[in-house]
Design a protein. Sequence first.
Length: 351
Amino acid sequence: MMTNTTPSAKALVPFVSVDHMMKLVHHIGIEEMLRGIADYIETDFKRWELFDKTPRVASHSDTGVIELMPTSDGDVYGFKYVNGHPSNTADGLQTVTAFGLLADVATGYPVLLSEMTLLTALRTAATSALVARVLAPKGSRVMAMIGNGTQSEFQSLAMKTIAGIDEVRLYDIDPAATAKCAANLAGQGLKVVSCTSAQDAMLGAQIITTCTADKQYATILTDNMVGAGVHINAIGGDCPGKTELAPAILHRSEIFVEYPEQTRIEGEIQQVAADHPVTEFWKVLTGQAKGRRDDQQITLFDSVGFAIEDFSALRYVRDQIAGTGLFHPLDLLADPDDPRDLFGMLQRAKA
Ligand code: NAD
């Protein structure tokens, strides 16, 4: 009689906890990790057409949203669970938390489970900076960072290491958030300027990042604030009814998106006609669409965050943890000796 109730190695799923993720970031180095994730995202964006794609599945409530973000490249399947609750910070909770999973398509067995709150900040920053490297005016050195919450330091460092900025100008309606961001960025190789208005933050900036959290149509940038030739990285508007830019800015900009089917529901382009022209960013990477045409054009990355970016980030983590011990083998999958004897395994566990 088989009595083994200990899972075999093939049923143990590597789990990367928050603690292990932090150790992994420090082991690799945050800027190296941002570059690595950006490379994986670029690779996956260049093979965009072979992925299964769907707008994320969102469950809305009065206080926020809970979303599932699935995709597959045919060999590996992945999904992320993520929430967005702008009022959470008032209760000492984060606006965004997440975890995610990769699975082997051939067997359906999970091959990685990971925290993704940190990883989402890293992948969002890596995506923003990859897009800015391609679309922002050549030689961009200064970024305005409007909204100095959770994402802001990650955004600033990614823009430094991937897009080449050397100055970040901070503004938040809450001066404590700006002070926190400035303190965290001290000694990271960026000139950091704390500003008292969004206009002030935008002085001399070639890249403008808006990353505020509010569950309503907000106007973080008005039309008269935006001069010719800048690149706008709008990442805070990522839900129905939640936007950051005055509609007039959209009409002056060339708009780049991740996955139009999702962005039309969630992005800044909720505010324009359903057939308003947009360019899918992956097509710029593959040479099928034009990026920035001239130095007068305003390029706008209407970012909402797409499943392939999470898939790429999880793939990167899976490749990096090998040999580091920075994961727990998780007893996640039942593993009866006889695959059809789940009940027998349960009975034997009683003994
Ligand atoms: P957070 O709550 O930690 O920080 C948001 C900051 O915005 C706060 O410091 C707040 O004071 C500030 N703010 C609010 N209104 C403002 C205004 N009018 N002007 C200036 N500052 C203002 O949130 P976070 O985790 O940094 O995320 C910010 C937003 O980005 C959220 O809406 C989140 O959903 C979104 N997000 C998008 C992506 C993506 O892939 N596009 C990824 C992660 C988060």
